[in-house]
Ligand binder design. Structure first.
Ligand code: ZN
Length: 198
C-alpha cells in the first residue's frame, strides 16, 4: 500500500537521492516543502536551476564559480607561484576560511581510488600538470589523509618531482582518514605551516 500520494512519493524519492539524506529526512523535507508558501518553493526551485545553469569550473583552478575565473585566481595579490592541490571545492573553502593562505589552488574533483575505479584520468590531474608550465615554485598537496588521498598525493609527487618544482605535503595534525572540510581552522593552519617536502 502506498502511504502517500504519487506526487509526495516522487518528491520524497528525489530528495532521498541526495547525499546524506535518508528516507526519514527526505520525508521531513518533503512535508516541509509542501507546507511552504508557493512563492518560496518557486524561489527555491529557481535558485537551484539558476545555480546549475550558471555555475561552472574556473578555467585555472577548476573550482566552481560564476565567471570564467574564480575570485582567488583573479586576485593579483595572491601568490600565483604557490598552488595548493585539494580534492573538492569544499576543501578549498575550508582553507580560504583560515584567511592565512596567500597562494592559489587546484581542485582535483576527487582522488585516485583503484577500488572505485577512479584513475588519474578521472580527476583534474592533466590540468594540474599543464599549469606547471607557468611560473610555479611550490605545489602543496592537501588531499585528505585517507587511503585515496595518500595514493593521490604520492602519484602527484612522482609526476612533479622530475620538473624540479618543490612538492610539499600538509603535515599530520589533519587526523588520519579525516576529511579536510570538517577540520577546524587552527588545525588546518598548523598542517599547512608544518608541511614537509616530499
Ligand atoms: Zn580559480
Amino acid at each position: 500500500m502506498e502511504l502517500y500520494s504519487g506526487h509526495i512519493n516522487k518528491l520524497i524519492s528525489e530528495l532521498a537521492n541526495l547525499p546524506g539524506i535518508g528516507e526519514k529526512s527526505a520525508q521531513r523535507l518533503a512535508f516541509h516543502l509542501i507546507n511552504m508558501p508557493e512563492a518560496k518553493v518557486k524561489k527555491l526551485a529557481e535558485t537551484i536551476v539558476d545555480a546549475k545553469e550558471h555555475v561552472c569550473y574556473c578555467k585555472e583552478c577548476f573550482t566552481l564559480t560564476d565567471g570564467e575565473v574564480c575570485p582567488v585566481c583573479a586576485n593579483e595579490r595572491r601568490d600565483h607561484g604557490t598552488i595548493m592541490v585539494v580534492e573538492t571545492p569544499r576543501d578549498l573553502a575550508a582553507y580560504e576560511k583560515t584567511g592565512k593562505y596567500r597562494g592559489v589552488y587546484h581542485v582535483l574533483h576527487g582522488a585516485i581510488s583503484p577500488m572505485l575505479g577512479i584513475g588519474p584520468n578521472e580527476i583534474k590531474l592533466k590540468e594540474l600538470i599543464a599549469r606547471l608550465e607557468g611560473d610555479v615554485e611550490e605545489v602543496i598537496i592537501a588531499t585528505n589523509s585517507s587511503l585515496e588521498g595518500e595514493t593521490t598525493a604520492m602519484y602527484i609527487s612522482k609526476l612533479i618531482k622530475p620538473t624540479g618544482i618543490k612538492v610539499t605535503r600538509i603535515a599530520s595534525g589533519v587526523p588520519v582518514g579525516g576529511d579536510i572540510e570538517y577540520i577546524d581552522e587552527v588545525t588546518l593552519l598548523r598542517a599547512l605551516e608544518g608541511r614537509i617536502e616530499m
